[in-house]
Design a protein around this ligand. Structure first.
Ligand SMILES: C=CC1=C(C)c2cc3[nH]c(cc4nc(cc5[nH]c(cc1n2)c(C)c5CCC(=O)O)C(CCC(=O)O)=C4C)c(C)c3C=C
Ligand SMILES: [Fe+2]
Length: 438
C-alpha cells in the first residue's frame, strides 16, 4: 500500500468510522475483514500472495477518508471505469443531497459492502434492489472512487459561481486535436479503479442509479490495463505500443513532488474557493493510438520516437549492456553520427521537466480498446489521466510542447478532453455535498 495519509489510518479506525459514518454493520472486526453489508469475507477472497494485480496489498480495503481523495496516489489498480455526468435537475438541494448519498454509497462499496443497507435482497420482493448485485460475492479489490467537478458546474445554475476555483476553466484547443464533444467535458466525473473490472463497473453503475433524475451520463470510458505506476512498490506497466509507461512518473512516496506538483495549496484557492485546498485537478484525454500503423514501424524508429528502448524502458544514450530503466535521461549524449542519442523531437525530451521550466505531472492513465471503427482498425488507445496542482500551468504548456513537435503525433489522435476539480479527502463526518456547497 502507498504511504499516503489514507493508508496510515489503522484498519480498526477505518472499520469503526465505517460503522458509524456509513451505517454499515461490521461483523467480527476483531476476527478479520468480514463485512455484514456484503456476504462473504474479504480475507476468504484474498489471493494466496495477498496482492492484487496492481501489485498492492489487497487484504485491506483502500481507506475512503483522509487528507486527500483515494484514487490519486493510491497504487494504480489494473482496471478503471470513468464516467462524466451532467446535472439535469435545476434544484441545488437535490444535487447537494445526491452528493451526500453518493458519499455514503461510495464509502460502503469501497469497503466491500452493498451500495445501500438492504442491498441486493434485503429490501424484499416488491421493490427494485438497492444494490444491483454483480459484486455481491467479490472482495473490495482495492476499489477507489474519486469525484471531480467540471467548470460548467459553477455556471450559476446551483449557486456555486462564487465557489469556483480560479484555475478551473476549460482547457484551450491544441494543434491536431480531433475532439468529439460527446466524449468531452461534463459537470461532474467519477473515477472508479479496482483490480477487478466487475467491482469498478458495479460502483459506477450503482452511483448512476442512485442519481437517477438528478444526473445523466455524458460519456464514459473503460480502461483495462494501467499505463502508469504511482508507487515505487509497483512495476512499470506497458502501453499498447508495447513500451514501459510511467517510469518517470511522480510516485506516492515523493511527498515533496506531490506538494509541489499535485496538491492544491491553500494559497492557490483563497476565499470561497478554499474548499479545494488539498485537492487536485484531474485532466482526461482520450487518445486514440493507430496501432496498425505503429505495428509496421521498425523497432529503432519506435525507440527514437519515445527516446527510450523497448525492452527495458531505459534511456537510449545507455549502451545495451548497461540499460537501466531508472537511470536518468541524458539529453546531451551524442551517437556515432554526432546526433543527439535522444532525438530532439522524442516524446520524453519534450515532456521532460528540464525542457519545461520544471513542470511535472502525475499520470494515472489506462489502456482502452472500444471495438473497431468499421474500417478494419481497432479503436484502441490510451485514456490519459493526469492529476496536477494547476492544469493551466502544468498540463497545458506540456501538451502545447507535445502537440507542436512530438514525433509520436503521427501515430495518435486526441479524441476526448475534460478538466475537473477533484476536491480534497473527507474527514470523519464530512460528505461531498457539504464540502462543495459549504
Ligand atoms: C501532456 C502530457 C502527456 C501526454 C498527452 C502523453 C501521451 C502519451 N505518452 C505515451 C507514452 C510514454 N510517455 C512517456 C513519458 C512521459 N509522458 C509524459 C506526458 C504525456 N504523455 C511525461 C511527463 C513523461 C515523462 C517524461 C520524463 O520526465 O522523462 C513514456 C516513457 C516512460 C515514462 O517515463 O513514463 C512513454 C512510453 C503515449 C503512448 C501517449 C499517448 C498515447
Ligand atoms: Fe507520455
Amino acid at each position: 500500500m502507498s504511504s499516503s495519509p489514507q493508508s496510515q489510518e489503522s484498519g480498526a479506525t477505518r472499520r469503526s468510522l465505517l460503522a458509524s459514518g456509513a451505517g454499515v454493520a461490521i461483523a467480527g472486526a476483531a476476527a478479520g475483514l468480514t463485512y455484514a453489508g456484503r456476504p462473504g469475507s474479504v480475507a476468504a477472497h484474498q489471493s494466496s500472495s495477498g496482492r492484487g494485480s496492481s501489485g498492492s496489498a489487497s487484504a485491506e480495503p483502500v481507506p475512503f477518508r483522509g487528507e486527500h481523495q483515494a484514487g490519486i496516489v493510491t497504487p494504480a489498480q489494473d482496471r478503471m471505469h470513468f464516467v462524466a455526468l451532467d446535472v439535469v435537475t435545476k434544484d441545488p438541494a437535490e444535487l447537494r443531497l445526491l452528493l451526500k448519498e453518493w458519499t455514503r454509497a461510495a464509502e460502503r462499496m469501497t469497503y466491500g459492502a452493498e451500495a445501500a443497507p438492504g442491498g441486493v435482497v434485503g429490501g424484499g420482493p416488491y421493490q427494485p434492489p438497492a444494490d444491483t448485485g454483480e459484486a455481491l460475492d467479490l472482495p473490495p479489490s482495492n476499489l477507489t472512487i474519486t469525484i471531480g467537478y467540471g467548470p460548467s458546474l459553477f455556471d450559476g445554475r446551483f449557486g456555486l459561481a462564487g465557489r469556483k476555483p480560479e484555475a478551473l476553466h476549460d482547457l484551450p484547443g491544441f494543434v491536431g486535436d480531433d475532439l468529439d464533444p460527446a466524449r468531452s467535458g461534463g459537470d461532474l466525473c467519477i473515477q472508479a479503479c479496482a483490480d477487478d473490472p466487475q467491482v469498478a463497473v458495479h460502483a459506477i453503475r450503482n452511483l448512476i442509479r442512485i442519481g437517477l433524475g438528478v444526473i445523466s451520463v455524458r460519456w464514459s470510458q473503460l480502461g483495462f490495463g494501467r499505463t502508469s505506476s504511482t508507487s515505487t512498490s509497483q512495476t512499470t506497466p506497458r502501453n499498447l505500443f508495447g513500451f514501459k509507461d510511467g517510469t518517470a512518473n511522480i510516485k506516492a512516496e515523493d511527498s515533496d513532488a506531490l506538494t509541489k506538483h499535485v496538491w492544491v495549496d491553500p494559497a492557490d484557492v483563497p476565499g470561497n474557493a478554499a474548499w479545494m485546498a488539498g485537492g487536485s485537478y484531474l485532466v482526461t484525454r482520450r487518445i486514440r493510438m493507430h496501432i496498425e500503423v505503429w505495428d509496421r514501424t521498425p523497432l529503432q524508429e519506435q525507440e527514437d520516437i519515445f527516446g527510450r528502448d523497448k525492452a527495458v524502458g531505459a534511456s537510449l544514450h545507455l549502451p545495451v549492456d548497461k540499460r537501466d530503466e531508472f537511470a536518468p535521461l541524458d539529453f546531451e549524449a551524442k551517437g556515432a553520427d554526432n546526433q543527439p542519442r535522444i532525438p530532439m523531437a522524442a516524446h520524453v525530451r519534450l515532456a521532460h521537466q528540464s525542457q519545461l521550466g520544471g513542470i511535472r505531472i502525475l499520470r494515472r492513465g489506462y489502456n482502452f480498446t472500444d471495438g473497431s471503427d468499421g474500417s478494419g482498425h481497432l479503436d484502441a488507445g490510451l485514456f490519459f489521466v493526469a492529476f496536477v496542482r494547476d492544469a493551466h500551468k502544468q498540463f497545458v504548456p506540456m501538451q502545447q510542447a507535445l502537440a507542436r513537435a512530438d514525433v509520436l503525433n503521427e501515430y495518435i489522435e486526441h479524441t476526448g478532453s475534460a478538466l475537473f476539480a477533484a476536491p480534497p479527502g473527507l474527514g470523519t463526518d464530512d460528505d461531498w455535498g457539504t464540502q462543495l456547497f459549504g
